[in-house]
Design a protein around this ligand. Structure first.
Ligand SMILES: *Cc1c(COP(=O)(O)O)cnc(C)c1O
Length: 469
């Protein structure tokens, strides 16, 4: 054994102890660590011939790399839709690395970690009050979940005319209907060879809405003359957290032949709250659903899952079967994750979620969701009371989409947000909503409190006065 490795092996406990301390220094100080920074490194470091060992490397990490880290798991990072990490989720994530399982089969020689993944999906279905007619699995993020779901939808589309696209390639255009798809769904159309231009944009409901207009949807369905199609619908659009009408879509399902996909990356968690579960009523009728765990479930990156109806498992296997492994036999009998999703080797990604669900239960997540939504409302009310800002959309859930008041200020929105973010106390994302430049603040972090809203409002006021707006 190499001497650096041998030394590390002998000193393992001490190394992990110091690593834990490094982690705690970050977590305990999260409130004071900037949400953006200007530190840089010259990323051309030479590789040393002789290893430094873990402790010296940890020291270099501390000096050179740790200062690059921003408080993205902290309470005032409202950019994108960024969750934090709860204590239990970090425990699960650490142990997933320590145990280092390759999670594939439920009856693998030497391991059964896929059963832990099954159990975790079973717990998630209970959390979200979804039926056990779905088969689920973990992927890196909602993008890959959309890819997995829409990959099976593509295979379903071919099967409607007796074709096997997975084996023979796509031989005809695939009808995709959608109103306000997330950019990752469009990227998925590109990755799946369908083409990112090749979808029909359905109107949204009149007024300040991003949800699909059911009448326009039905008009477009009629134009297809009975041909099958794939509907990509939304449970929580990123700008305004709007939801398509799933009960109305369920009714269309009785009349027309289509694959119904829901991107519920963060909005799916509306289901855990009595106050908001009406937003997803009827979603159990979908063929596939995408949900992120590194957003509102507050587990570390990378974590999301897909849910696909069990009646489609054959199509799922046709899509993802690892054909270089004929020794596997019937993939449905000898279930193996590598035959139903993009990756072959996989870490035990379910473990952080398993820990989180057991540690905090349904009520823990209900509290997180209701805290986030209450804070979004509170923040929005503070904006309304301030003469410098206006809301671009009503608050439906946890996202606040706003801008500087008045059209004359449109040209200042970019500079305003840059300065606000550069101050490092809060981080938000630029957006364009209904042709107006705006700013989006998304509340999903379990640590955020009223005190943070106060700090954020002060930061907004300070930035307005810095720019003499
Ligand atoms: C965040 C998000 C995605 C993409 O998720 P990743 O986890 O970044 O891959 C897709 N859809 C919606 C609605 C999202 O909010």
């Amino acid at each position: 054994m190499n001497s650096a490795l041998q030394h590390d092996l002998n000193d393992f406990e001490n190394i992990l102890e110091k690593t834990k301390q490094q982690g705690l220094d970050f977590l305990n100080n999260l409130e004071n660590i900037p949400t953006s920074n200007k530190h840089t490194i010259d990323p051309t470091r030479n590789l040393n011939a002789e290893g430094l060992g873990s402790l010296a490397t940890l020291q270099e990490f501390k000096e050179r790399l740790a200062p690059l880290m921003v408080a993205s798991p902290g309470p005032r990072y409202l950019g994108f839709v960024t969750g934090g990490s709860t204590p239990a989720s970090i425990v699960g994530d650490w142990l997933a690395s320590v145990y280092d399982q390759n999670t594939q089969a439920i009856k693998a020689q030497g391991g059964a970690s896929a059963l832990i993944e099954f159990e975790t999906i079973h717990l998630l279905l209970q959390l979200l009050e979804l039926p056990t007619t779905f088969l689920g699995g973990f992927v890196t993020g909602a993008t890959m979940s959309n890819f997995t779901c829409l990959g099976v939808a593509r295979q379903w589309f071919g099967a409607q005319s007796g074709k096997d696209f997975a084996k023979n390639g796509i031989s005809e255009p695939i009808n995709i209907l959608t109103a306000t798809p997330h950019s990752s769904s469009i990227k998925t159309l590109s990755m799946l060879g369908i083409g990112s231009n090749n979808y029909t944009a359905i109107k949204t409901i009149e007024g300040n809405r991003e949800a699909i207009d059911i009448a326009d949807l039905e008009n477009n369905i009629e134009k297809l003359n009975g041909k099958p199609f794939i509907l990509i619908s939304s449970a929580g659009t990123v700008n305004t957290a709007d939801f398509d009408d799933f009960e109305a879509i369920s009714k269309l399902k009785e009349k027309y032949n289509f694959w119904w996909h829901i991107d519920a990356a963060f909005g799916g968690f509306a289901a855990v709250s009595e106050k908001f579960k009406h937003l997803v009523e009827g979603w159990e009728g979908a063929d596939s659903i995408t949900i992120d765990c590194h957003k509102w479930l507050n587990v570390p990156y990378e974590s999301a899952f897909y849910l696909i109806k069990k009646e489609h498992t054959q199509l799922q296997v046709e899509t993802f079967q690892n054909s270089n492994a004929p020794y596997l036999g019937n993939p449905l009998e000898n279930f193996n994750y590598l035959n139903v999703l993009p990756e072959n080797s996989r870490r035990l990604r379910a473990l952080p979620v398993w820990f989180s669900l057991l540690a905090y239960g349904k009520e823990g997540f209900q509290d997180i969701v209701e805290n986030s939504t209450a804070l979004a409302l509170h923040f929005a009310n503070a904006l309304i009371e301030n003469d410098n800002f206006e809301l671009l959309a009503p608050i439906r859930l946890n996202n606040v989409c706003f801008t500087l008041k008045g059209d004359h200020n449109q040209e200042n929105v970019g500079a305003f947000l840059t300065l606000l973010n550069d101050k490092g106390k809060v981080f938000m994302t630029p957006t364009v909503y209904q042709n107006r430049k705006g700013i989006r603040a998304s509340f999903v972090n379990w640590r955020t409190t009223e005190k943070d809203i106060k700090i954020i409002i002060e930061q907004l006021k300070e930035t307005v006065s810095d720019l003499n707006l």
